[in-house]
Design a protein around this ligand. Sequence first.
Ligand SMILES: NC(=O)c1ccc[n+]([C@@H]2O[C@H](COP(=O)([O-])OP(=O)(O)OC[C@H]3O[C@@H](n4cnc5c(N)ncnc54)[C@H](OP(=O)(O)O)[C@@H]3O)[C@@H](O)[C@H]2O)c1
Length: 133
Amino acid sequence: MRIGIIGGTGNMNRGLTLRWVLKHDILMGSRKLEKARRIAKEMNALAKGFYQAQMQGSITGMVNADAVKESEVVAVTLPPKATVPTLLKLKEQFTPKHIIVSTVVTMTKREGLFTSRHSLRRRTSIRPNPQLR
Ligand SMILES: NC(=O)c1ccc[n+]([C@@H]2O[C@H](COP(=O)([O-])OP(=O)(O)OC[C@H]3O[C@@H](n4cnc5c(N)ncnc54)[C@H](OP(=O)(O)O)[C@@H]3O)[C@@H](O)[C@H]2O)c1
């Protein structure tokens, strides 16, 4: 399966990519192509060292829009504040066939406790492209 990760160069990416690449092709998305390629190369080396011949998948760095376009499953791993603006920019790339999962949570740790510092106050709906219905 091809899994695109939006915001795929961050902290969550390392844990998800390293597990999923055993069996799946990972399309690591970023705002910057060079950054995506550099981190994908590092992660490939790490994963190959770990799984060796058992690794069936691959890790490829690309911009977020291409990661959505070329994937079947999309994982959204963006900071809360960046999530709605980024998904709005990418909405033309999504189709009804995409399966979307998200790790996004608005909780942050403060004085040893988790609190919701960033709230997604604006109610924003991201509707599918009507031409694809
Ligand atoms: N880290 C954890 O242990 C953990 C656990 C559970 C849930 N979560 C949640 O999972 C989500 C991701 O966490 P994370 O720690 O992986 O996040 P992160 O490392 O801070 O950010 C992930 C990626 O998002 C992109 N990004 C940052 N600012 C952006 C902006 N303004 N616009 C567009 N893209 C932006 C960056 O990629 P590029 O610069 O390459 O574009 C960055 O590498 C968060 O919502 C977090 O609350 C995290």
